[in-house]
Write a protein that binds this ligand. Structure first.
Ligand code: LLP
Length: 444
């Protein structure tokens, strides 16, 4: 298994992350356990900030909190000077409760509810990314009723098909549920309308072309198309865009064969394209915003499991089951995503058998990894799956009423609990048994 960030094999032959031996983390917190390498998260955040600073352009790096939204992560994003992208009242609430400055929060989504819009305006967030005309009218009406002036970007689809890891992760093409299409004229119409709304201040446009992208071409093409559009808007409507938001989607290495670029290379490709294509459209180059999620937290996460049962089917394969699965990592079942693993308590031993890692859900699709080479695996061994920091905890479920794991941050030999493990009590916390069918007075 590739060792990311501060991960290393220590003298005892155990996996160690952030200076913490994972066998000790298991003893303290139990398994399954999400372990986040705090130093690596901060390093990734700084790589973005440093690369944009070097470009000389104005910028905001908004951490896409959908990748991993918990209060401690919002604190780190704030400390590192990032902005924050939220897509629901839940993500907004998390950020506000963590003390994240509202003016650096951007609200996304293709179906923001009136309640969400009110909550965000009352909190004083920095910007709405408006997805469609229904939302535009609703936002204007709510802003007017509150006497508020609200900054907006318009989400556009530049007609770029990014080479994302799965069709569900491509969003920049014309046939998408998101945004106003540039190609068919609806984006220009939206700009005309938006600039007419008394309580809305149009800052510019937003595009997000997909996720887990390894090449720069898609981003460069999006910049080119948006620049052409910006020129047209300027010529036909006399409107300038002070901001262009290019979304997220920067890829990371999950398994051998994944070939992400360095953060600085993605940023340089984007900022160079902006300098080339936006030159001369108006007096100033626009401020560039991006929204990385996966590439800030993905490779910093490791999930630690305890091995339970195994089953060998002679001539077919050996299944090894762990105490988690699709409930804490639905990505293999959803996208056929691939992961690497290591036997974390005997990490210095050579591979001896090829096994497939199964989860514990009542579902045959609940497989975490097919065919991974490990030392001979026994019950009670610890299995670490790497690169689980993004879209794992945030997409976890209670299927089969399995309790969601704890999350710890590790750094410099210290571990800090940032999400406690769900209890049995948590599992039934929202259940209500009507008295008429209750067997006994309900106690919780
Ligand atoms: N901005 C917008 C508008 C987005 O829709 C997304 C991701 C991002 C930024 C962040 O993209 P990132 O840098 O993380 O690639 N659940 C899927 C990924 C879905 C991505 C949705 N939007 C997965 O597990 O691969």
């Amino acid at each position: 298994m590739f060792l990311h960030g501060t991960s290393r094999i220590n003298e005892a032959g155990h996996l160690e992350i952030g200076g913490c031996d994972v066998t000790e983390l298991k003893a303290e917190y139990g398994t399954p356990l999400y372990i986040m390498d705090e130093q690596l998260v901060r390093r990734r955040a700084r790589e973005y900030v440093d690369a944009f600073t070097a470009s000389g352009l104005g910028f905001q790096v908004a951490y896409a909190s959908k990748a991993f939204s918990v209060m401690a992560m919002c604190r780190i994003a704030d400390e590192e000077g990032l902005s924050l992208d939220v897509v629901s009242d839940g993500e907004l609430y998390t950020a506000l409760q963590a003390g994240f400055p509202a003016e650096r929060i951007h609200f996304h989504g293709n179906n923001k509810t009136p309640d969400e819009i009110e909550m965000a305006i009352e909190a004083g967030i920095g910007c709405f990314v408006v997805d469609n005309l229904v939302e535009l009218r609703l936002l204007q009406a709510i802003a007017a009723s509150k006497g508020a002036n609200v900054k907006i970007l318009l989400r556009v689809t530049p007609g770029v098909e990014a080479h994302a890891h799965h069709a569900y992760a491509s969003t920049g093409q014309t046939d998408s549920k998101f945004g106003f299409d540039i190609g068919n004229g609806s984006a220009l119409e939206a700009v005309r309308l938006a600039s007419d709304q008394a309580n809305l201040q149009l800052l510019g446009v937003h595009s997000h072309i997909g996720s887990q992208i390894f090449e720069t071409e898609g981003f460069q093409l999006a910049v080119e198309r948006i620049a052409e559009f910006t020129r047209k808007v300027k010529e036909e409507l006399g409107i300038d865009f002070p901001v262009v938001n290019l979304g997220g989607g920067f890829g990371i290495r999950y398994v051998e064969g994944d070939t992400p670029l360095a953060v600085s290379d993605y940023v340089a490709a984007i900022t160079d394209a902006v300098k080339t294509h936006f030159a001369g459209i108006s007096d100033h180059l626009p401020e560039i915003w991006v929204e990385p999620g996966r590439s800030i937290v993905g490779d910093a996460g490791t999930t630690l499991y305890t091995v339970g049962t195994s089953k060998e089917i002679p001539g077919v394969r050996k299944y090894v089951a762990v105490d988690g699965g699709m409930t804490d990592n639905p990505r293999p079942a959803l996208y056929e995503s691939k992961y690497e693993a290591i036997l974390a308590n005997r990490a210095n031993e050579a591979g001896e058998e090829t096994v497939s890692i199964a989860g514990k859900c009542c579902e045959s699709g609940d497989m975490l990894i097919w065919d991974v080479e490990l030392p001979k695996v026994n019950s009670g061994d610890l299995l670490a799956v790497a690169c689980t920091g993004a879209y794992n905890y945030s997409m976890a479920s209670n299927y089969n009423r399995i309790r969601r794991p704890a999350v710890v941050f590790v750094q410099n030999g210290q571990s800090d609990l940032v999400v406690r493990r769900e209890s049995h009590q948590d599992i039934i916390a929202n259940d209500v048994v009507p008295q008429r069918i209750a067997k006994q007075p309900v106690t919780k």
